[in-house]
Design a binder for this molecule. Structure first.
Ligand SMILES: *Cc1c(COP(=O)(O)O)cnc(C)c1O
Length: 420
């Protein structure tokens, strides 16, 4: 099946006479015939037991997203932050380190640099555009993973995924890619060597600003028995000695994440949320196509405006990431544009406050056009140095083009610029 078809049919197949639409299984628990059956599940969870870590409705969505990304399995989480957190905790213990590109979402920078540090896990930040030798110099004997974003929020840098996969694999660790902005419709990182893919489904996947969520997808391609990951190859005493690679083969990573981390941390989405996420996924391909079309027109309009110093949108010719975008995002660069106003922070704020159609909100990749000033919002906690490393100028505006008629979006921009 192709993407449009998968979005409608993957993950749920109705039984004869069953409901056409994936039902919401609103139940915390599941009933079994015997004590022995339940006992067996505690040795090897082969069925839903408790909705803190699995649920039939959520499972349908997990299967759909795994299928879209080309992975062997997926696990939904209650937020994108939880997906990023668990993707790392499944590999790193206190005393370990991992490498991340510095151009990533501000919330992830804080999670990696501040909160994981308190857990004793060190994140080593690297410049995504540095040459391979420089990036390799960041590896230590305790480095367990490499992390990056396909299309960085909000810098809009396109990651050279193949380069990072090559480097990670040379050092026998997996590459984790946050594919939130691209979605599997515009880029499938596993095809370029990523081992694990994470998403904030709160953005384009949900698409309607209805509910927060995340997901982790396992490619099934990484060899966990290379000696660096004993937790995958040695008995897990918390599960009666299960050995993940032996019992679950190429699904070891995603099953371990559920059996250990979701069981203990419980950041699982509600069935209702998964149902709404599924509705968003059904129309994802047509929405992504229109976002890309609208955003390219808006980006070209910005480019022709005197009051704007620079426009960043990798589908634009002349953008520093245009070449990488042609390789990794051939069908478009999503709906998010970043612009820097002439006149810096003040001008940015005046322009944003003058917009009437576009909403000023802490969100991005919404169905409605929205704007955000990262330096005073999502990236507020970063130092000036971290701001520069994350590609955030104080006058930068993240302009998230929605699905309104593009002429209306452009008229709104024009009237605000004229007011200034
Ligand atoms: C929003 C976002 C996150 C965090 O996701 P939440 O669902 O808000 O927790 C992570 N990565 C990227 C790229 C994001 O845009």
């Amino acid at each position: 099946m192709r993407d449009e078809t998968k979005c409608l049919h993957s993950g749920y197949t109705p039984e004869n006479g069953g409901p056409r639409v994936m039902p919401i299984v609103q139940s915390t628990t599941y009933v079994f015939d015997s004590t022995e059956h339940i006992g067996d599940l505690f040795n090897l969870p082969t069925a839903h037991m408790y909705s803190r870590f699995s649920n039939p409705t959520v499972e349908c969505v997990e299967k759909k997203i795994a299928d879209l990304e080309g992975g062997v399995g997926a696990m939904c989480t209650s937020s994108g932050q939880a997906a990023s957190l668990l993707s790392i905790l499944n590999l790193c213990n206190s005393g370990d380190s991992f490498i991340s590109t510095s151009t990533i979402y501000g919330g992830t920078v804080n999670l990696f640099a501040v909160t994981l540090k308190r857990f004793g896990i060190e994140c080593i930040f690297v410049d995504a555009d540095a040459d391979e030798a420089e990036i390799e110099a960041a590896f230590k004997p305790n480095t367990r993973a490499v992390f990056g974003e396909t299309l960085a929020n909000p810098a809009l840098a396109v990651l050279d995924i193949e380069k990072f996969a090559r480097i990670a694999h040379k050092h026998q660790v997996p590459l984790i890619i946050d594919n939130t902005f691209a979605t599997p419709i515009l880029c499938k990182p596993i095809q370029y060597g990523a081992d694990i893919v994470v998403h904030s489904t709160s953005k384009y996947m949900d698409g309607h600003a209805l509910q927060i969520g995340g997901v982790i997808v396992d490619s099934g391609n990484f060899d966990w028995s290379n000696g660096k990951f004993p937790e995958f190859t040695e008995p897990d005493e918390s599960y009666h000695g299960v050995v993940y690679t032996r019992e679950f083969g190429n699904m070891a990573y995603i099953i371990k994440a559920r059996m250990q981390l979701m069981r203990d941390l419980g950041c699982y989405p509600a069935a209702n949320s998964a149902f709404l996420l599924n509705l968003g996924l059904e129309t994802l391909p047509i929405r992504m196509k229109r976002y890309c079309e609208n955003a390219l027109l808006v980006a070209k309009f910005f480019q022709a405006c005197d009051q704007i110093e620079s426009v960043r949108y990798s589908a634009l010719e002349g953008d520093p990431y245009h070449e990488l975008a042609q390789k990794y995002l051939p069908d478009g660069s999503c709906g998010v544009i970043s612009i820097v106003m002439k006149g810096g922070r003040d001008a940015a704020v005046r322009f944003m406050d003058g917009l009437k159609l576009a909403s000023n909100e802490v969100h991005v990749a919404d169905i409605r056009t929205c704007v955000l000033h990262p330096a005073s919002a999502t990236h507020r906690q970063l130092t000036d140095e971290q701001l520069v490393a994350a590609g955030v100028n104080p006058g930068l505006i993240r302009f998230s083009v929605g699905l309104e008629n593009v002429e209306d979006i452009i008229e709104d921009i024009r009237q605000s610029l004229e007011q200034m």
